[in-house]
Every structure is written in structure tokens, then in C-alpha cells.
Design a protein around this ligand. Structure first.
Ligand code: ZN
Length: 777
């Protein structure tokens, strides 16, 4: 659940190839530096070395050059000779650089007259052409305009300007002049002309890249500059949109006065580049709060039950926050609704990072505005608004003290006495289920409010709810209910918990994918942080084989290493809008999870290695989700509500195949009624048109998975294609299969060696599509 926020990164640009393909001489009149023996020749401009700016002499394309020594250094620093007369503004800088690989483009930061702050000494160039890194293996030109140069040597090493890029940076010359370079427009044209799309994702898909986020108004210009320089690389990879964190505090600097000057420049960049925007709107998380709201009258942070301490993240039960959210969403949509650049609006409704979960972690970059805050996994419902909500929920459920005592026991006097409590203080299991159900329902209702309000002001276009984590009860997330709420407004869900391992990613995102399909909500997947190069492939497979509408990477996931970028270039086209055919589900035991903490999601992963299946939670079952499932597997979770067991029993009688392990415990209700065990699994029970296949052993045993693969490979309840899917794989070998319409087996080999499967050899870390002929049953 730890969403990463990568700051503005060294970025890239358009590339302009010199006609000769070789470095032009920088000699002649003016102020310049040119690479050569001993670091080159300074003509009023010298290259400096030290600190984060160590360079080495090298050559590239047959010409002398200098390169940043990486890792360790990130910049090339330059200083004007103090004896030289300072050029008057504006100043133009021309750079000749070697375009060695696809990565972030050339960025220039200079010492400016804007003020005394650190950002004023590293001000990004106001305008630039060229500078893109697209791997042409040629010398290229970049041109920058500096509107407010100071030349008082206030940068590191006593420099006046510095150059950087996210990848390797090798340059041959830098020239400073007072006139706009005559080739400015030509460089711009060549930059655009040289962007070749290396990847075309399938039609209808969304390929979103995050990064370049300003933490402050002062940081906005640098973030915009970095994004603009990165555009050629982003476009070459087929990116459809940029996702940016829209912080409340950067948009409403004074109460009631909206100021869009941080985000408007981004929109201008999108329009110029033909890129879409995913504004990620965050109110309530600590880093989003305006100074005028933070800890001021009317605000209310969540209060934990564990320590009765308030955190900076704002309580969703506070009615004042609800008003602020409604007003902000209206103002944002009024300003940007018709901008033509929005791919989707992403809603960051609460939590440490802007997800549909309560505080869990934090005190990382999320403390960058208001400082460290009290945070941990726990129950954050200790404020008086929460207590009022809990009582109102109990009144709706029980009506009065009598029925409440019937359910909770006599230790509770009346509803008025009921305050949110921890598990250890729960009068009984029913009381705890009520407490957790209210806690989770509060999050779902908060999500519903955000979704509906946004839809009122954004009637056309996509809206995603951002969620994350792995849904233990203290997170407050029911991904099924969140998908249902999103579908009500023709919205979707973005889940932000992926890493590099396919099986782990699958186990974390599958609830969203299953519920999204059931309720009709679209969905997209995002990593929580780092993704390794093979993880780039695993995530493409995960998205396309789950029917995800969108796939998100943070910029460094793709551009920090050549291997990651190359893997996306090779496999990105596999991200198509597929339709997975899933007839098998594993029961996702929500009630058991509420009582016991968390289901062992890792224990589902080896089963996924054998064949593909969905999750089916209590709420999904009660909403009729079994209707499109032909086989249901019980693994963990022997406690559920009577109506859930009944719905499963009814579905079996209508022809469903239920598979269970008798070692999983006695199926029962929270009150201990074990009748469901006999009704579902008892010997000699009449199951009507369906049947029950019972394994003699524990639910997490390998032998149970052998049993499931064997049963399902021959189950007449399943379509012949699904049975083929099961029998084609069926093994726990790091090779995964999904059945997609029509008649496609889609494979992922996540191992380091080739694997033979179903008559084909699948190379290490690769995706393979195999057509199967429809067969008679
Ligand atoms: Zn606490």
C-alpha cells in the first residue's frame, strides 16, 4: 500500500540530429566550452568537477567528450569566467550531446535572479527545444532559453548552470549567447520528427506513467520542465497519459480562493504533446492539507483506538471535510472539465497516500508539508464523529437496545453506550463483526460520496477510485463493495499494490478484477514502488490477462534501467484489451477475515500457478456473483453468515460444482450454528443438479491442489476450453496460463529457463499466446 511518489526526475526531450551527424565546432566568437584533451577548452565558460558533479573525459561517435560519472554523480556544472561581462537576459544555451539510449532528456538548471531560495539557484530553463534521448547513437543539439540568469556562481562547485539527464549524459560543447539560435525552429522540428513509436499498446487500453510531481508551488516549474524533456521517451513507448498528484493545498492556497497555476502549465504541455492527463485528486491525506486547514478549527484527524492519538490524515466522518471535498471537486471539474486532456480522474479519498484505506504507514514523503505524524496499522475510529456514525449504524441495524443485547449479550446496556472498540474489548464475535462491518462500510460510503460527487461535475469521461493494500479489516477496504460503488457511476477502480512478482500481484489485484467484472467497473493496476525489469513483463501479463483497462508504471520503473525499458519495448504490445474467461472461483472469506485478521493470500498463489480463477467474496455472492461461476473452491474460511452458505447451497442445487477440503473446519455461522456444514458437505445430501467434491485433508496442502487440478480438468460443469486451460498447465512450475476469449491460452513463463507447455516452448520471462481449437465436450 506504500504508494511511491517519485519527484521531478531528470528528464528528456526531443532530439535534433545535426545534419552531419557529428559534433559541430563550437569555436568562433562568444562564450563557450568545448570537450578535448584534459577536459577541453574554456572560452569564457569552464566545466567544474566536484561533489555530485564528477565527470570523466571520453569520446563518442569519434569525437572527444565528457560524461557524468554514474553512479555517484548526476550533473555537469559550468561557470562563467568572472572576467567576462555578464550577458543580459534572456540568455540562450546551446548544447551538443550524445544520444546513447532511450531515457529522460537533457535538463538545464541555472542560477537565477528569482530570489535567494535554493530553488532560485536551480531554476529550470524557461524554454527548450531538442535534448531528447531516443537511442539514435548520434550527436544531437539542444537549445535552452534562460529568462532570468544571475551568474553569481551560487550553485554547487560555484557554478552558474548545470546539465542533467536520467540516463547517461555525454556532451561535447556548451555555448552561451544573447541571441536566439537561428536553428531554434529547425531543432524543434527535428526533435518531433525523430520520435518514433516503438510500442503500440492495443486499442482501448490506457498506459499511464506517473512521476514529475511538484511537492510545492516553487517546484512546479522544474517538474514541468522535466516532464516536457521526458515526452519523446514517453511517446516512443506509447504512453497514453501522465498521472500527476493534485494536492488540495496547491490548488486552494487560501480558503475559498482556487489557484490552478501549478497544474495549468502541465495541461499546456499535454495539449502541445497530444498526451492525456490523469489528475490524481487528493484531499485528506497529510501532504495534501492547506496550511489554513491543517489543525485549524473545523478540521479533525483520525484518532486511533490503540493510543487515542490524532493523526494528520483527516477523518472521513467529519462533516466539515465532506463539504470541502464537494466544493473542491466542483471547482476542479469546472476548471478542467472541458480542457480536452483528461483521460480519467483518479480519486485519492483518504489514507496515507490517497487510497480508499485508513492510515497504515507513512511518515515518509507524505510528511513533507506538515511534518511527522502519528501513524500505524490500527483502528482509526476514535473521534466523536466516528462514534456518532457507529451509533447511527447500530440504530439502523438493531433499532434499539433489546435487539442489540440479543446479539451482543447483556454486557451492553444500550446503543448509546456503544463506542467503537478493539477486538479484545468486543463483547462477542457478533459485536466485533458489527464494529468491523461498520468500519469498512464507512470507507465504502465515503468512496461512494466521492464518486457520485465527481460524476455530478464530470458527467462524461472516466472516473477511477484509487485503492490499495491487501484488505485486512483494519484497512477498511472491501474491494468488492468499492467496485460496486464505482460501477454505480460508470466508474472504475485503480489498485495500487503491485510489485514485480506475478503471483503476488495476482493475489493482490484479483479481488478487484473479479468484482470489477461482476459489477461492471473498469479497473487498472499500479505498482506500490519498485518494479524490476522482469517485473515489467509480469505486470503486462497481469493486466492483459485480468482484463484490466489500464496499466500504470512510475517513470523510474521503465526508465531507470535499459533492461526495464527494453522489456517494455519488446512486450508492451502484448497489453491488449483481452476478455478473460473465468469459470472457476475461490471463495474469499470476508467474514472469517473480519474475525481472524487476514486470509493467507500467499496460499492462493501456488493454485494460481496451476490454473486461473477469480475471487468470490461474501458480498459478491450475496449480489449474485455465483451466477457466472461454474466451480467454487473452498480453501480457508469456515465461518460465514447463514445467507452466504444458503446462497452457495442454492447455487450448487442449480448445477454448481463445489470443491472443499474436509480439513478446513466445520462450516458454521458466527453464532456457531453448524447446520451449513451438514447441508453443504454432509454425506448423502441431495445436491439437485449440482455436486460437491470433497477432499480428505487440509485446505492448504499440496495434495488438495493436486485434487483440485485433477477434478477440474475433467469436470463436466466446466466448458471444454476451461478444462483445456486446467489440463494444459496444472503444474506449480512458475508458468501461468489464462483462458481468454476466443479460444486463446495466454502464457507467462516467470522463470529463468524455457518451459515446454502444451506442445509449445515458452522462453524465459516471456508471454506467449496459443490458439486452441474449440472442441466438442
Ligand atoms: Zn496510535
Amino acid at each position: 500500500m506504500a504508494r511511491c511518489l517519485y519527484g521531478a526526475l531528470p528528464a528528456l526531450f526531443a532530439l535534433a540530429m545535426l545534419p552531419s551527424g557529428a559534433p559541430a565546432s563550437a569555436q568562433g566568437a562568444g562564450v563557450y566550452w568545448q570537450a578535448g584533451a584534459g577536459g577541453g577548452a574554456a572560452h569564457g565558460l569552464k566545466i567544474l568537477s566536484g561533489g555530485d558533479g564528477i565527470w570523466r573525459a571520453t569520446s563518442a561517435g569519434g569525437a572527444p567528450a565528457v560524461a557524468i560519472v554514474k553512479p555517484g554523480s548526476n550533473y555537469l556544472y559550468f561557470a562563467l569566467d568572472p572576467a567576462r561581462e555578464k550577458p543580459s537576459a534572456p540568455v540562450y544555451v546551446s548544447v551538443l550531446y550524445f544520444d546513447a539510449g532511450v531515457s529522460g532528456g537533457l535538463i538545464l538548471e541555472y542560477d537565477s535572479t528569482a530570489g535567494d531560495r535554493l530553488v532560485d539557484r536551480y531554476r529550470p530553463a524557461e524554454d527548450a527545444v531538442g535534448g531528447g534521448m531516443l537511442g539514435t547513437g548520434k550527436w544531437r543539439a539542444a537549445r535552452f532559453r534562460l529568462s532570468r540568469p544571475l551568474f553569481q556562481h551560487r550553485q554547487n562547485n560555484g557554478a552558474d548552470l548545470r546539465l542533467t539527464a536520467s540516463g547517461p549524459l555525454t556532451i561535447a560543447s556548451v555555448r552561451i549567447g544573447g541571441n536566439r539560435p537561428a536553428d531554434w525552429d529547425a531543432v524543434a522540428r527535428e526533435s518531433r520528427a525523430n520520435v518514433k513509436a516503438l510500442v503500440h499498446i492495443g486499442p482501448g487500453g490506457e498506459f499511464i506513467v506517473g512521476g514529475f510531481d511538484p511537492p510545492s508551488k516553487e517546484g512546479a516549474a522544474g517538474a514541468v520542465h522535466a516532464l516536457e524533456q521526458a515526452l519523446p521517451a514517453l511517446k516512443s513507448l506509447g504512453v497514453t497519459s501522465h498521472e500527476g498528484y493534485v494536492r488540495w493545498g496547491l490548488c486552494e492556497p487560501q480558503e475559498g480562493r482556487f489557484d490552478w497555476s501549478v497544474y495549468d502549465p502541465f495541461v499546456r504541455v499535454y495539449k502541445r504533446a497530444g498526451l492525456k492527463w490523469v489528475p490524481f485528486i487528493i484531499l485528506g491525506s497529510a501532504y495534501s492539507l492547506p496550511d489554513w486547514y491543517f489543525k485549524k478549527p473545523g478540521s479533525q484527524g483520525y484518532v486511533c483506538l490503540e493510543h487515542n492519538q490524532e493523526t494528520h490524515v483527516q477523518s472521513l466522518w467529519n462533516p466539515d471535510l465532506r463539504k470541502r471535498v464537494a466544493r473542491f471537486l466542483a471547482a476542479f471539474c469546472d476548471h478542467y472539465r472541458d480542457s480536452g486532456v483528461i483521460e480519467s480522474i483518479l480519486l485519492g479519498i483518504t489514507g496515507n497516500y490517497g487510497e480508499a484505506i485508513y492510515p497504515v504507514t507513512g511518515n515518509d514523503w507524505t510528511a513533507d508539508v506538515h511534518g511527522p505524524y502519528h501513524t500505524h496499522p490500527g483502528y482509526w475510529c476514535g473521534d466523536h464523529f466516528a462514534a456518532d456514525s457507529f451509533k447511527a449504524w447500530l440504530v439502523r441495524r438493531y433499532g434499539g437496545g433489546g435487539p442489540l443485547r440479543d446479539a451482543w449479550g447483556d454486557s451492553i446496556g444500550s446503543i448509546e453506550d456503544a463506542h467503537p472498540f478493539l477486538r479484545a474489548n468486543a463483547p462477542n464475535d457478533r459485536a466485533w463483526l458489527d464494529m468491523v462491518s461498520w468500519y469498512i462500510d464507512s470507507m465504502t460510503q465515503w468512496a461512494r460520496f466521492w464518486l457520485k460527487t465527481t460524476r455530478e461535475h464530470f458527467p462524461q469521461g472516466e472516473i477511477y477510485l484509487c485503492t490499495g493494500g491487501d484488505a485486512p479489516p483494519w484497512h477498511g477496504s472491501d474491494f468488492g463493495a468499492q467496485c460496486k460503488a464505482a460501477a454505480e457511476v460508470h466508474g472504475g477502480v485503480r489498485i495500487t499494490n503491485e510489485s514485480s512478482d506475478y503471483a503476488a500481484n495476482w493475489s493482490l489485484t484479483r479481488w478487484v478484477a473479479s468484482a470489477g467484472k461482476q459489477y461492471g467497473a473498469y479497473y487498472s493496476f499500479e505498482p506500490a514502488g519498485n518494479v524490476d525489469p522482469n517485473g515489467v513483463i509480469a505486470r503486462i501479463y497481469g493486466a492483459t490477462s485480468s482484463g484490466a483497462h489500464g496499466l500504470h508504471y512510475y517513470y523510474p520503473n521503465l526508465f531507470d534501467t535499459a533492461a526495464a525499458r527494453d522489456n517494455f519495448v519488446k512486450w508492451g504490445r502484448a497489453f491488449k484489451q483481452r476478455k478473460p474467461v473465468v469459470e472457476i472461483a475461490v471463495y474469499y472469506p470476508e467474514t472469517w477475515i473480519k474475525l481472524h485478521g487476514q486470509v493467507p493470500l500467499g496460499s492462493y498463489q501456488p493454485l494460481r500457478d496451476r490454473f486461473d480463477f477469480d475471487y468470490m467474496s461474501d458480498g459478491m455472492i450475496l449480489d449474485g456473483g455465483l451466477g457466472h461461476i461454474k466451480a467454487l473452491i473452498l480453501m480457508g474460511g469456515d465461518v460465514s453468515e447463514r445467507k452466504v452458505w444458503d446462497a452457495i447451497g442454492t447455487w450448487v442445487k442449480r448445477g454448481g460444482l463445489l470443491l472443499a477440503a474436509n480439513g478446513m473446519g466445520t462450516l458454521r455461522t458466527p453464532e456457531g450454528d453448524a447446520a451449513p456444514n451438514e447441508e453443504l458437505l454432509g454425506a448423502g445430501v441431495d445436491h439437485g443438479a449440482g455436486r460437491v467434491a470433497l477432499f480428505n485433508g487440509g485446505p492448504y496442502a499440496r495434495e488438495y491442489r493436486d485434487f483440485l487440478a485433477s477434478e477440474l480438468g475433467h469436470a463436466p460443469e466446466l466448458s471444454v476450453e476451461t478444462r483445456r486451460m486446467v489440463t494444459a498447465d496444472g503444474k506449480e512450475d512458475g508458468c501461468y496460463v489464462t483462458l481468454c476469449a476466443p479460444n486463446e491460452l495466454l502464457w507467462l513463463n516467470a522463470t529463468d529457463h524455457p518451459v515446454a507447455k502444451n506442445g509449445v516452448t515458452i522462453q524465459a520471462h516471456s508471454i506467449s499466446s496459443q490458439r486452441i481449437r474449440a472442441m466438442a465436450p
